[in-house]
Design a protein around this ligand. Structure first.
Ligand SMILES: [Zn+2]
Length: 310
């Protein structure tokens, strides 16, 4: 008989259900609600995940729950360059012992450092003492998997210098911004290929000919590609924010803009959007008239219809 063939089976018809008890139950309930809690022991330490008895001396815990984190410190780590299918992340990551601020113990979880190349070495920023935070799932059920992983704090870059300069927009861009000042998107149609370019550029990049036929397109469009940004930007409402190429209806060239009014993880290729204009009294000849593009309650556009505009 093969040594790998099982010769016994343990089965619980209907599944194995047990009570988690008041201490673990409280921990799981708080996880579901997006919080980390520990329990205080008789000696005053805070144990995370909470246990019913102090792991040091076996005495019953006090029952006082303490919210800890979300800022945490990596106490120890082990790099996984080639994850297995059963691992929580399908790209290189670290198993880490992570101690939430306010806790005296650490919990084991996956640490995502944004490394995508299989077999990659641990990144330089991975070190004991690095500061991390949990990435919560949007749908939570009361399990440790409600935390998808931990991620490093963003190392902020702050450049206090300021440079002001004047860029003459050129006649085509000037005309485009005149349209924006009136709440209109203006483009040019190429007399050779018939394509419409928004913003208007005054020439066709395909045919290299000047364009003069002005057309107005709608302020609705379709997301062709997009990026989720985790570095704060003064133009964006919050982090993470989404920048996207949007193919305005009637245009043949996608333009870059912010997408908001929808969680970043729900933005998708083919999503229908409309420009969210600021109040008219705030308008000038500037793209700042448009706050961002927000989702429209319309079915997504199939990939085949946008693939030539990527
Ligand atoms: Zn052309």
């Amino acid at each position: 008989m093969s040594s790998s063939a099982p010769n016994h089976a343990l089965e619980f018809p209907g599944g194995y259900t047990r009570s988690v008890g008041p201490v673990i139950g409280r921990f799981l309930t708080e996880l579901r609600d997006g919080r980390l809690v520990g329990v205080r022991t008789a000696s005053g330490r805070v144990v995370v995940p909470p246990t019913e008895y102090d792991p040091e001396d076996g005495s019953a815990v006090t029952g006082e729950f303490v919210e800890v984190g979300p800022d945490c410190t990596v106490e120890s780590w082990s790099w996984v360059p080639r994850p297995r299918r059963s691992h929580p992340l399908q790209r290189p990551f670290a198993w880490a012992l992570i101690r939430p601020d306010g806790a005296d113990t650490a919990l084991l979880h996956a640490l995502d450092l944004g490394v995508f190349e299989e077999g990659a070495k641990p990144p330089r920023e991975l070190r004991t003492g690095m500061r991390v935070r949990p990435k919560w799932r949007s749908e939570r059920s009361g399990g440790i998997g409600d935390i998808e992983c931990f991620r490093p704090d963003i190392a902020m870059i702050n450049d206090s210098r300021r440079t002001e300069y004047h860029l003459p927009p050129g006649r085509a861009l000037e005309r485009f911004l005149e349209g924006i000042a009136e709440g209109r998107f203006l483009g040019h149609r190429c007399g050779v290929c018939g394509k419409v370019y928004v913003p208007l550029k005054g020439l066709c990049p395909v045919d290299g000919v000047p364009t003069t036929e002005e057309v107005e397109v709608r302020d609705t469009g379709t997301v062709t590609t997009f990026a989720v940004n985790n570095i704060p930007d003064p133009r964006a409402p919050e982090v993470p924010f989404v920048s996207a190429y949007i193919l305005l209806d009637g245009s043949d060239l996608a333009m870059l803009a912010l997408v908001a009014g929808v969680p970043a993880d729900q933005v998708r290729m083919g999503m229908r959007v409309r420009a969210e204009w600021r109040p008219r009294e705030e308008w000038g000849a500037t793209m700042a008239n448009i706050k961002w593009f927000a989702p429209l309650d319309e079915p997504d556009v199939p990939f085949a219809a946008i693939k030539d505009h990527l």
